[in-house]
Design a protein around this ligand. Structure first.
Ligand SMILES: [Zn+2]
Length: 505
């Protein structure tokens, strides 16, 4: 954040996203509130400087210095009165960020004066939603473009977008810039999606950003569970701020109550057991489970019963593949239905960015923990000769890692947390448990051991087939097994079990 600080706002990314983005600034201000109060305040003030007269906080505030590298830019948006902003908004995180600034204030007096200054603008930004985005006065506001959602490419928008019939000849000419920054095309939206994004922007500007006219014509009007939940939580934050600085809060209280109720009833789907979006044009729920379906928990808008169902859903195969009751990351979308093998190159594609490096699960397993070994059934070692990540490869492989690494399939070791201070005992325990599970079968009458394919694939990590047997012998839990292995280690027949790639649920 420090390197992307411009003096008045923080660039979300130096090349692809050099302008100021609405909810990014909310998150960024929350971050700054912990160590640089002044900057947190400036970040939000510079966003509010670009607020429209109707109260709308634009999604992008363009920095004239960086124009020419992004699409769509102000010339395409044609915002009223030549404003250098886009013509849509984003989830209203700002009251929540402002409350963080007060709670984490290094200078409380300063925080209060900031809140007094920003309060009327915050209030106007919330009032905009209830005045212009809730035409039926339901307490639920709609988004009118996927880019308003904050989760722009969510599968939630696919069906509604595809239902929009486009006449390519009537579409204004445009050139995408997002694919010119070295990001693989398959990680960006398709051209068909982009045509629809552009179609919507064109509709807004043709209607001169008149919200009533847009509502009458727009084919994309969605009451989103994430957007409304953040608004609901932001209302609560705004209420607290109003009380802190002695402002009238009755209007905010009404919004909060109404939106809490509306999320809990209209956006809940009994069939899918999760909160969903509602398509105002097609008058139906957008069925399907996404991470956005859990956000009403953040808003306090889920009943106890709903929260319990959500908890169960979160811990089911759909979101927490291992169903261990300790799910700690929620994928955006329930996309793995039966096996990780169904997702092409799953362990190569999913990546973690750590400092300047990217690590896929394969990089971590074969590159680092296996000392840059060749993955099973592949011709080359994980890292090439000059790969800077080679510096992280271990020198001596500890084969017990194979009982700690988990890929989510039934034949894997169970999920555990590993603590650097106890790693030796923990790895030993993991190996012991595996050796004494159904993954190792000893059949003395047939002079045979039948063991997991893990021992075959990674035989070299153990030091060869014979060392594998010694490894097992050292850890078996009964004397007869140990005696059998001791006496027969040279002539015992080794067979391998079928590896069950199905998800462990
Ligand atoms: Zn549903």
């Amino acid at each position: 954040m420090d390197e992307n600080w411009t003096g008045s706002y923080t660039k979300p990314s130096p090349s692809l996203y050099p302008h100021q983005w609405n909810w990014d600034s909310g998150f960024i201000a929350i971050g700054y509130s912990h160590y640089n109060q002044k900057r947190a305040e400036l970040e939000l003030l510079s966003l509010f400087n670009a607020q429209w007269p109707n109260g709308m906080l634009p999604q992008i505030v363009f920095n004239p210095e960086f124009l020419g590298n992004y699409f769509p830019e102000p010339d395409f948006w044609q915002a009223p009165e030549g404003r250098l902003t886009s013509g849509i908004t984003m989830p209203p995180l700002h009251a929540i960020a402002c409350l963080h600034i007060l709670e984490n204030a290094q200078d409380e007096e300063e925080a209060f004066s900031f809140l007094r200054k920003v309060f009327p603008d915050l209030l106007a930004s919330h009032r905009y939603f209830y005045e212009y985005r809730d035409p039926n006065n339901e307490g639920l506001v709609y988004i009118r473009h996927p880019w308003e959602s904050g989760i722009d490419n969510s599968p939630n928008w696919d069906a509604t977008l595809r239902a929009i019939k486009i006449d390519k000849n009537k579409l204004p000419p445009y050139e995408r810039r997002d694919v010119k920054h070295g990001i693989p095309a398959e990680e960006r939206p398709s051209d068909e999606d982009y045509d629809r994004y552009v179609f919507l922007v064109d509709l807004f500007r043709r209607n001169h950003y008149d919200e009533k006219a847009i509502f009458d014509e727009c084919p994309f009007l969605i009451q989103d569970s994430l957007f409304n939940s953040i608004l609901c939580r932001a209302n609560q934050a705004l209420l607290e701020i109003a009380n802190h600085i002695g402002e009238d809060s009755s209007e905010i209280r009404e919004w909060t109550d109404q939106t809490t109720r509306a999320i809990g009833t209209k956006l809940w789907c009994d069939r899918c057991r999760i909160f969903e979006c509602y398509d105002l044009v097609r008058k139906s729920h957008i069925h399907g489970a996404t991470a956005a379906g859990f956000i009403p928990l953040f808003a306090g808008a889920a009943s106890r019963e709903q929260a319990k169902i959500l908890y169960e859903h979160m811990n089911s195969i759909h979101f927490c593949a291992l169903h261990q009751g300790n799910c700690f990351t929620i994928p955006n979308f329930d996309m793995i239905h039966t096996s990780v093998k169904e997702v092409a190159d799953f362990f190569q594609k999913a990546c973690y960015q750590i400092g300047p490096h990217r690590f896929s699960p394969d990089d971590i397993e074969h590159g680092i923990l296996r000392g840059n070994a060749r993955p099973p059934y592949r011709p080359f070692r994980q890292f090439k000769k000059r790969d800077p990540r080679l510096a992280f490869a271990v020198e001596r492989v500890d084969a017990r890692i194979h009982f700690a690494l988990v890929c989510g399939s039934r034949s894997c070791a169970p999920i555990r947390f590993y603590d650097p201070n106890e790693i030796e005992q923990q790895l030993e325990l993991a190996a012991y448990k595996f050796v004494n599970s159904s993954e190792v079968v000893i059949a003395p009458e047939e002079k045979k051991v039948i063991i997991s394919q893990v021992f075959d694939w990674y035989q070299r990590d153990f030091g060869g087939k014979k060392v594998v047997l010694k490894f097992i012998k050292k850890r078996v839990d009964s004397d007869w097994k140990r005696e059998f292995l001791t006496e027969n280690i040279d002539q015992v027949k080794v067979e391998y079990l079928f590896y069950d790639w199905n998800l462990n649920h």
